[in-house]
Design a protein around this ligand. Structure first.
Ligand code: HEC
Ligand code: HEC
Ligand code: HEC
Length: 433
């Protein structure tokens, strides 16, 4: 009885302390940065371009919905979060937002009424936007986007996550860096750094999460920034290490991948294809090259593009095995010849801009085989872009391969050629069907 009383007391004291802390932590309104460009540089057309770089439309438009009218379901570890209507409609959209309130939503994740937005809205990164870009976007949203009256479903997470004020303390701990800081004397590298850290929010997927579920660093000052993350159980590759494609691809090849989802070595799948389709294909060639230059700069590599898709190398053990017609060939190797080799080739190098190389492929060798299993089961389709409209497709194999066969095949490609990743079990395949 005495212990119970004590526990209740401790509980009450704790609750009081937590509430006091919440009241004490002030709501953060990051002030506007100095405007460094002439007013003539701030146009709605520029705002539309910034919107593309930040991919606002993809999140704020529901399937079959009107552009920016909200209602897209965003799966988060906390539950389903609905994006909101950001058309200039006065009742259901942001028509009543002032410039300062608009900026606060991008910099501090604050709604007009002062409520905190869930970080599904990437304000951790958007807070690096320059004042000119914020103002240009404000013009675009207020004057160019048609107002749509559309009330979106309320986001209703379970307790305690439905307590939006709890985010105030989270913001205080997480939102530390305010404005974008130049990283180099080279204007191109700086532009790339600005785009990557800020609007294009690569780190939202390509950086790991820390114990607060925040991005583990939002700029290169943090060692974990862009070292790889996870989205929906898929591993998202490292963009910063010596072995990453940022160090291996030339800046031209990287820029081409960003603009089209394909280059001489690889193709995009899943979430990355959506980023290419809805955002990166609209960037100017200079901006995609700037991103590529920044990524190379990050790896510390001076020698750019050490990989050459076409240069002949000695056949690997795997290639010899696949061309040997050995009757004792493993099940995985036989499945590869029957189902995959026709396109991805026995040397595992595919064909430039059409079939991605599986040898040395980050998705194939990722810590988690989820992405690879998903592609084998359900196939994949390249995004159709202005530069490369062909939406090349790989068929799914779920209908013809059992869980055991998919596991054998996945193990084979994860360990074939130069790949050295862990094996896959049928138990890992089953839940992804
Ligand atoms: C990755 C998805 C995503 C992207 C990209 C994104 N948003 Fe959001 N945004 C959201 C979600 C989800 C919410 C609602 C969060 C909530 O209810 O707490 C939101 C909320 C908002 C709000 C608050 C509106 C209100 O009154 O509720 C504004 C304004 C906004 N976003 C503007 C933008 C702009 C402008 C861009 C592009 C620069 C953008 N968003 C990019 C997901 C996104
Ligand atoms: C919404 C999440 C998301 C965002 C935002 C995102 N990516 Fe990705 N990216 C992925 C996923 C998932 C993959 C793995 C699938 C694949 O290889 O296509 C990937 C793969 C890549 C690859 C191929 C890497 C390799 O080793 O094969 C590159 C390069 C890349 N992303 C660059 C970028 C850049 C640069 C940005 C920002 C401009 C960015 N991504 C933004 C999710 C994202
Ligand atoms: C008819 C030709 C064809 C066949 C057969 C085929 N693929 Fe593909 N594969 C493609 C194309 C095209 C893509 C690019 C699709 C995309 O990126 O959206 C692709 C993409 C992939 C990727 C994603 C690579 C990356 O970097 O994102 C993997 C992994 C893959 N295939 C493995 C396999 C395996 C394993 C098999 C055998 C079961 C197979 N493929 C059979 C054409 C094929």
């Amino acid at each position: 009885m005495k212990t119970l009383m004590r526990l209740v007391l401790i509980g009450i004291v704790l609750a009081v302390v937590v509430i006091a802390a919440m009241l004490w932590v002030p709501v953060q309104y990051t002030p506007a940065q100095a405007l460094t460009e002439p007013a003539s540089a701030i146009t709605a057309a520029r705002g539309e371009y910034v919107m593309r770089t930040a991919n606002c439309m993809a999140c704020h438009t529901a399937d079959d919905g009107q552009p920016f009218a909200g209602g897209r379901k965003i799966e988060s570890p906390l539950g389903i979060i609905y994006s909101t209507n950001i058309t200039p409609d006065k009742d259901t959209g942001i028509g009543h937002y002032s410039l300062d309130e608009f900026r606060a939503s991008l910099y501090d994740g604050l709604r007009k009424d002062g409520a905190h937005l869930y970080p599904a809205m990437p304000y951790e990164n958007l807070r690096f936007l320059s004042e000119a870009d914020v103002q240009a976007m404000y013009q675009y949203f207020m004057h160019e986007v048609p107002a749509v009256n559309n009330k979106v479903p309320e986001t209703a997470l379970k307790f305690p996550f439905n307590q939006r004020w709890g985010l105030r303390a989270w913001n205080m701990l997480v939102l530390k860096e305010v404005e974008f800081k130049p990283v180099s004397d080279d204007a191109q590298i700086n532009r790339g750094a600005y785009l990557v850290q800020g609007p294009t929010h690569c780190g939202a997927c390509h950086s790991p999460r820390n114990s607060l579920m925040a991005q583990d660093g939002v700029s290169a000052d943090h060692a974990a920034f862009l070292t790889g993350g996870e989205v929906d159980g898929w591993s998202v590759p490292d963009l910063r290490g010596k072995d990453s494609v940022s160090a291996q691809w030339s800046t031209q090849q990287m820029a081409h991948y960003l603009a089209t989802g394909r280059n001489d070595y690889a193709t995009s799948v899943g979430e990355m294809s959506l980023v290419v389709e809805h955002s990166l294909q609209y960037l100017t060639a200079e901006d995609n090259l700037a991103i590529a230059a920044y990524l190379t700069h990050l790896t510390g590599s001076s020698e750019v593009g050490t990989l050459s898709a076409q240069s002949p190398t000695a056949p690997t053990e795997t290639e010899r095995l696949l061309t040997s017609a050995d009757p004792a060939m493993s099940l995985g190797a036989r499945l590869y010849i029957d189902n995959c080799g026709g396109c991805h080739a026995v040397d595992g190098r595919g064909a430039p801009e059409i079939f991605p190389a599986l040898d040395g492929n980050a998705l194939v060798t990722a810590g988690s085989p989820t992405g690879l299993i998903h592609v084998i089961l359900h196939g994949a389709q390249l995004p159709s872009t202005e530069l490369r409209p062909e939406a090349l497709r790989m068929q799914g194999h779920a209908w013809r391969l059992s869980d055991e066969e998919v596991a054998e095949l996945a193990t084979f490609v994860r360990q074939g050629w130069h790949n050295q990743a862990s094996g896959v079990t049928a138990g890992e395949v089953k839940p992804l069907r």
